[in-house]
Structure formats: C-alpha cells, structure tokens
Design a protein around this ligand. Structure first.
Ligand SMILES: C[S@@+](CC[C@H](N)C(=O)[O-])C[C@H]1O[C@@H](n2cnc3c(N)ncnc32)[C@H](O)[C@@H]1O
Length: 265
C-alpha cells in the first residue's frame, strides 16, 4: 500500500485537513438533528460530504501523499538516461521517474526551503522515499537553487519539475527555464508540471490561493511562450487532476505537434 510505504511530509492541513473537517461537520450534523434543528443539520451533513470528497481528491486523486504518475509515455521513452528533478522536495516527482523508468538515474535538486507545504523539507525524507521504492542507488541529491543550477552545460538527457517552478516570480521562472535549457543536452526532454485550477482543485481546495507565477492560474499560452522563449519546443501538453503538463524538447525549432487532455478539467 503506497500510502503507508511513503512519507512525502505534506503538512496536516493538506493531508488531514479535510478528514478532520469531515469529523467535525459530522458531529455537528448529528447534534443538530438530535436537537431537531434539521435544516442546519442538513447543511452540516452536506459540508461533511464535501470534506470527505476533498480528502479523497487531495490524497488519492491529486496524490499529495503518493508518487506522481508519469503523464506521458513519451518522456524518456528509451527508458534510460540522466534526469534532473528541479524542486524535488520529498520525492513525488523523482519517484515518478525512478519507478516508471527503472534504468534512469535522477539528480534531485532542491533549495529545501521551509515554506512549500512540506514539513521538515530536507534530503533525508527524499532519500528515505527512494529507498522505500528500492531506487535509492539511482538517486543523488544536490542542495542548490534552480535559478542558478550548479551543473555543467548539457549534463542531463531529461528533466522534470513538478509544482516547483510555479512558486517563482515571473523573472525567476524565466531564469529557471533558461537554466534548464543550459543543463539539458540538445534535444533533451523537459517535462514541466504546474498546478491547474481545474474542477478538482476548485472542489477540494476552493480557498486555495497560489502564490508565484500567474497567481496560481494556469495560462497554458504563457507557459508555452515561456518555454519557447527559452528555446524549447513543446511537443505535447495535457492535464492530470489538478495539473497542467508540458513535454518540451531542448533547442529544437519545429512547432507543437501533440495535445492531449486527460479529461479531468
Ligand atoms: C511544492 S514542493 C514540490 C516538491 C515535489 N516536486 C512534489 O511534487 O511533491 C516545491 C519544492 O520546490 C523547492 N524550491 C522552491 N524554490 C526553489 C529554488 N529556487 N531552487 C530549488 N528548489 C526550489 C522547494 O524547496 C520545494 O521542495
């Protein structure tokens, strides 16, 4: 059971918040019904149903407590290579690559800042999760800033970044995409995942106000333009619950050739 196998460390308001709210709303609903305040009881019963749905969406559909599912089989289709995970955090995106591409190695880069929802964010939890997946021998961790990456040019065959770049300001996004292009080899693939305020997010996290680039709104055109400005070509884009993804190739000039939609919007 992967929920028990891994600890991605997202703080309790994210992972347990809805479950706690469901309990409180249920107790209130029962109490109000017993006191014959049926309408108020019905409102709390509805809130309890929403909270249960929110717990399922956050933990199992949007997978805050599970490794991310690779959104496209086209990423590193050869199955091997050196992959950078920029803003790796506790490892959901690194494990996405390590488990889907068992001959690839991953270099996890993170500044390990405290304010990104992961309690005690540090390399130890990331390594422990890779060990739980039996993949720690293919993982190395570098503490550093993705806006000025501590790697030589063309060091990687592929790169991913999940829910990290969209925390940055517009200028820092541009810097980071330029750095990504520098450290990837020519035609190397970059898989970018950003938050998408779709129906899943709006249902489970209606008060979620995301900071950083675009204030949390997903503007596919602007992300595509940012990638192209950094000399990437977007070859596929699509959605997963709560997620917008782009698969881009480094230093190529042909136009967008694929567009998919997981149908979750
Ligand atoms: C929301 S977490 C996402 C972690 C992981 N990719 C996931 O999907 O669970 C964002 C991560 O980006 C990292 N981060 C933020 N700014 C960074 C920077 N300038 N350089 C490197 N990492 C950064 C944070 O430390 C944090 O671990």
């Amino acid at each position: 059971m992967d929920l028990l196998r891994y600890d991605f460390g997202y703080e309790w308001p994210w992972t347990w918040g809805h479950a706690i709210a469901a309990l409180v709303f249920t107790v209130c609903a029962v109490g109000l019904y017993r006191a014959r305040w049926r309408r108020a009881g019905a409102v709390f019963a509805l809130l309890a149903v929403w909270a249960v749905a929110g717990a399922v969406i956050v933990n199992l559909v949007m997978r805050f407590s599970l490794p991310i599912v690779l959104p496209t089989e086209r990423f590193l289709a050869a199955g091997e290579g050196r992959v950078l995970d920029a803003g790796a955090g506790s490892g959901r995106s690194a494990l996405m690559v390590l488990t889907a591409r068992p001959r690839a190695t991953v270099t996890a880069l993170d500044i390990f800042g405290a304010e990104y929802g992961i309690g005690g964010n540090g390399p130890e939890r990331l390594v422990a999760n890779a060990r739980a997946a039996g993949a720690d021998t293919r993982l190395s961790v570098t503490v550093g800033d993705m806006r000025a990456m501590p790697f030589e040019p063309a060091s990687f065959d592929g790169a991913v970044s999940a829910f990290a770049i969209d925390h940055l300001s517009r200028g820092d996004v541009e810097k980071t995409l330029a750095e990504m292009a520098r450290v990837l080899r020519p035609r190397g693939q970059f898989l970018l995942l950003v938050i998408n305020q779709d129906a899943w997010v709006r249902t489970a996290l209606p008060f979620f106000v995301h900071h950083g680039y675009f204030g949390g709104r997903a503007y596919p055109d602007r992300w595509r333009a940012g990638l192209e400005h950094a000399n990437f070509t977007v070859v596929e884009e699509g959605t997963q619950p709560g997620t917008l993804y782009f698969l881009a190739e480094n230093g190529t000039t042909s136009g967008t050739s694929g567009k998919t939609d997981g149908g979750h919007d």
